[in-house]
Design a protein around this ligand. Structure first.
Ligand code: NAD
Length: 337
């Protein structure tokens, strides 16, 4: 099948070229995002493939439909960047990669925790400058700490397993109790109870209207003073301004984020020669107890290979008229709107 790939970097193309040896699709890679300016490139392609920062509203989807697009393959698990209702109305099928490596994201959350706790980011700079003072680098034992996991699905459960290995006490919040987590002794609590008891809170739930700004000023006020907050899920789970206020007051002692609510204007590009205009983001970077990474939690070689393989299999199934298990259905849209 002819597929137009948008928003691709060399690190995307390599695993797709390898996986395509088996599928033999006709792939054209574009570097640019899919936007109003570039949508004409998709004309004549029955299938397009996009990433999380290519936003498809009803208007964009209509343009794609007019150009002959029948299938949109998402190189992601999340689908909050596509208007599923409009896609369904236009007869466009959406497929995604529901799981590619929950280990990659869970392990990155741990990387943020360990770095923040033992101040590895600060120690790295000090030692390079010949400063061997350990003043200000005091950490705490993870063993015995209470870790609150919000969203105990695939990634949350693996995160919990790793923290269990450190000897942490696990508490969780989710509408569904995960048997793997229960078996490790996780206690499911209400959200206020979890806020009040956690030394570390890690977010692993999807972004939906219900979870938008889940962590706001009111939530932060219920948390233990000096707690650690980790977000590798979606930026808008946290009200960034409330987090900044919490950092300034000391309510939040550590913040580790791989996602940011306005990340679409920043992440995945080299902006090192530009003046960043987002003052909220720039304020975050001034705190010594904040680590921001640019949506790289998924970025392992295993995850990229799985994304490529599943995406091309999804497209092959669609081409062959088979029922695709990874199709995003209209019910998903209704559930998240
Ligand atoms: P999953 O569907 O397996 O698990 C999500 C869990 O969240 C489910 O158990 C669900 O019941 C729960 N949940 C839903 N609404 C909730 C709410 N209001 N409060 C608490 N829990 C709620 O998904 P997953 O594979 O574990 O992925 C989790 C999230 O990680 C994704 O939604 C995505 O946003 C994010 N993610 C980030 C990256 C990255 O690179 N940073 C990569 C992949 C996924």
């Amino acid at each position: 099948m002819k597929i137009a790939f948008f928003n691709t970097k060399p690190y995307d193309r390599q695993p797709f070229n390898v996986a395509n040896e088996q599928h033999q699709h006709e792939i054209v890679f574009f570097e640019c995002h899919l936007s109003h300016e570039t949508v004409s490139l998709a004309i004549g392609f029955p299938s397009i493939c996009i990433f999380i920062n290519d936003y498809l509203n009803a208007d964009m989807l209509e343009k794609l439909a007019q150009g002959g697009t029948k299938l949109i393959a998402l190189r992601s698990a999340g689908f909050n960047h596509v208007d599923l209702v409009a896609a369904s109305r236009l007869g466009i099928t959406i497929v995604r990669v529901p799981a590619y490596s929950p280990y990659a994201v869970a392990e990155h959350a741990i990387a943020l925790i360990l770095s923040l706790n033992r101040k590895v980011h600060r120690a790295y700079n000090r030692v390079r400058e010949g400063n061997f003072s350990i003043e200000g680098l005091l950490g705490f034992d993870l063993h015995g700490a209470t870790v609150g996991v919000i969203g105990t699905g695939r990634i949350g459960a693996i995160f919990a397993q790793i923290m269990h290995g450190f000897g942490c006490k696990l508490i969780g919040y989710d509408a569904y109790q995960n048997t793997v987590c229960l078996a490790m002794g996780m206690e499911y609590l209400s959200m206020p109870e979890l806020f009040a008891q956690s030394d570390i809170i890690s977010l692993h739930c999807p972004l939906t209207p219900d979870t938008h700004y889940l962590i706001n000023a009111d939530a932060i006020a219920q948390m233990k003073t000096g707690m650690m907050l980790i977000n590798t899920s979606r930026g808008a789970l946290i009200d960034t301004q409330a987090a900044i206020d919490g950092l300034k007051s000391g309510a939040i002692g550590y913040l580790g984020i791989d996602v940011y609510e306005q990340e679409a204007d920043l992440f995945f590009e080299d902006l090192s020669n530009e003046v960043i205009q987002d003052d909220t983001f720039q304020r975050l970077l001034t705190f010594p107890n904040v680590i921001v990474t640019g949506h790289q939690a998924f970025f392992t070689s295993q995850a990229l290979a799985n994304i490529a393989d599943t995406t091309l299999s999804n497209i092959t199934e669609f081409e062959q008229g088979k029922n695709c298990v990874n199709e995003v259905k209209i019910e998903n849209a209704i559930a998240t709107k």
